[in-house]
Ligand binder design. Structure first.
Ligand code: DCP
Ligand code: MG
Length: 372
């Protein structure tokens, strides 16, 4: 009998990179991935990056599998599953739950940080600070006059109930219409593209992300402040945090990794009128005439559109692995602005947006244009 080789392992072709794995929205291993994500989140709360990423990576691998895992032997050969992950999976498969995960879920610190970080504008650091001060609930925070909340957090508390409710695809599409109309008042050449989870086909999201693009160099200058003003004059702006562009290609690629890009962007809370949402069920309206929705808008320069679109389409793990793949397997550096040769540090591809269509055109280094 021939010895078992890689050909006998059904998972030998599963890549360690999320960008090399086909992953549908239907997760057949949700019980396992939910558990691993609890552990990842717990490590995120204590700002322990390595283990946090390890569990996220393992969950991402399991999400790509076309079948549910039924036995620990069934996952031999899969990449990114360390001993801790294997132990958790084994526990769940054999006992229905993992004691390690249960321990985290019942931990007061985890429970409290989970609640605090669910507020828009509250990250693990602030949540930890409040926890150390003995605070345990959102009610305690709002009633404690010694706690200083910044503008974003105040909005986070004010619209907490609405913005912690998932946003549906119909709501995202309704927002797309509104933004299209508003943006067209500012500049009729604007193209609006739905990005983030909804671009990947998700039915629900925590916010709605859009890219705004105008053809022509520098035409995006002042775009978002004008769009924000329009929202304000229509009475639908509940909160806005505008960040001016700090994009400068000559300063890229940056030496240290930056999660955020340098494009002009804004983080908003918008009033979405229920009547504007097509197909909204009467019972979902609950007698309310509107709900608050978190919206992110990004306005990259036209020639950076393709990179921005790629970077904002997600998922976060896909983006992370795409950058890692570029670096380790292609000797390139990728971010939301450009693709660079790692050795020469020269920008490799240049894109521009053609006309009003959201189509990008690749200019190859040898000068031939190819539709992308
Ligand atoms: N993104 C990223 N790295 C991060 C955060 C975000 O690459 N650390 C990118 C990928 C995301 C996109 O930005 O898809 C939008 O971020 P969101 O947090 O809105 O994520 P999603 O839209 O994917 O999910 P959700 O449905 O929760 O909004
Ligand atoms: Mg999103």
């Amino acid at each position: 009998k021939p010895e078992a080789g890689p050909q006998d392992n059904p998972w030998s072709t599963v890549s360690q990179y999320a960008c090399q794995r086909r992953t549908t929205l239907y997760n057949r291993n949700k019980i396992l991935t939910d558990a691993l994500e609890v552990l990842a989140e717990n490590y995120e709360f204590i700002e322990s990056k390595g283990p946090c990423l390890g569990f996220k990576r393992a969950a991402s691998v399991l999400k790509s599998l076309p079948v549910p895992i039924r036995s620990i032997n069934g996952i031999e050969g899969l990449p990114c599953l360390g001993p801790e992950t294997m132990a958790v999976i084994q526990d769940i498969l054999e006992c229905g739950s993992s004691s390690k995960v249960e321990e985290v879920l019942t931990d007061e610190r985890y429970q409290t940080l989970k609640i605090f970080t669910s507020v828009f504008g509250v990250g693990p650091k602030t949540a930890e600070k409040w926890f150390r001060q003995g605070l345990r609930s959102l009610e305690q925070i709002v009633s404690d006059s010694s706690i200083h909340l910044n503008r974003m957090q105040r909005a986070g508390f004010q619209y907490y109930e609405d913005i912690s409710k998932p946003v549906s695809k119909a709501e995202a599409e309704a927002l797309g219409q509104i933004i299209e109309e508003v943006a067209n008042c500012v500049n009729p050449d604007i193209t609006i593209t739905l990005t983030g989870g909804f671009r990947r086909g998700k039915e629900f999201g925590h916010d709605v992300d859009f890219l705004l693009s105008v053809p022509g160099p520098g035409k995006e200058d002042g775009l978002l402040p004008a769009v924000i003003d329009q929202f304000r004059s229509q009475g639908i702006l509940l909160y806005s945090d505008f960040q001016e562009s700090t994009f400068d290609l000559s300063k890229l690629p940056s030496r240290r990794f930056e999660a955020m890009d340098h494009f002009q962007k804004c983080f908003l809370i918008i009033k979405l009128k229920t009547e504007q949402v097509v197909g909204q069920q009467a019972e979902q309206r609950c007698g309310r005439e509107w709900r608050a929705v978190r919206v992110d808008l990004v306005a990259p320069p036209a020639e950076r559109y393709a990179f921005a679109l790629l970077g904002w389409s997600g998922s976060t793990q896909f983006e992370r692995d795409l950058r890692r793949f570029a670096r380790l397997e292609r000797n390139m550096l990728l971010d939301n602005h450009a693709l660079f040769d790692k050795t020469t540090r020269q920008s490799i591809l240049n894109f521009y947006v053609s006309g009003r269509t959201s189509q990008a055109v690749v200019t190859h280094p040898w000068g031939r244009n190819t539709e992308y």
